[in-house]
Design a protein around this ligand. Sequence first.
Ligand code: RIB
Length: 281
Amino acid sequence: MPLIAVIGSVNLDIVAKADRLPVAGETVTNAELGRFPGGKGANQALAARRLGAEVMFVACVGTDSAAEEALALLREGGVDLSGVVSVDDVPTGVALITVAASGENQIVVAPGANRSLAPESLQVPIADALICQLEVPGDAVARAAQEFDGFFAVNLAPAMHVDVSILQHADLVIVNETEAAWYGDSLSACTGMIATTYGADGATLSRQGDVIAKAKPPQIEVVDTTAAGDTFTAALTIALVEGQSPEDALQFACAAGAAATMKMGAQPSLPTRADVIALLN
Ligand code: RIB
């Protein structure tokens, strides 16, 4: 069982499931409202745990009631939360999410306490692998990248300018196709592997411009794509750290990401390893 550390965000997701996503300036009605624990960091931590890893999580939340609601499934799932700091006078992060009947989503995040994860007070964990994303300050991610001694995976989401040291220290970078286009040639600073996801069309794994593996997800009925990328990130990291081949690891990650789209909500939908194996078979 690998020990995975995750440094990242915690959000409470307020979700409206509607027939379709609104265009700018439009009101779409008749949605169903839900509240789910979310945040890319928290989702990746719980995904790793459900896939069988020991997981320690470093994050910031507020001291409001949203904090416990947002951490509830991590706590219940057995993620080590001793690195989660409660910060006074700031709200816990909130994500406003619209999910269409097709499962596609739109997300707006109010980061709140996630902005308080400061590089100077960051305790970089000791673990087999560290996973970061970009919903916490980039200079904290850069410090973690420079100091962490182990397999370093970074999900460059949401897309934003990052210190080149993050790319230079990454053993694995994960982007979706929109993010890959946004980062363009700057990703060539990464000498590790780059995984690019294409939704239902699968994913590729490449190293310095050479594609080393391709995989497609199993066909499933999509309900909500929220946290599919987070699950893919956790699954690929675990599979590579376990020593699976690039092909097998990518296939496992595609199946895990697909499994996470079969239920509503970010964290309620995260699959166990048995769920993923069942889907692969
Ligand atoms: O990746 C999905 C996550 O993005 C959601 O849970 C939401 O909180 C946003 O951070």
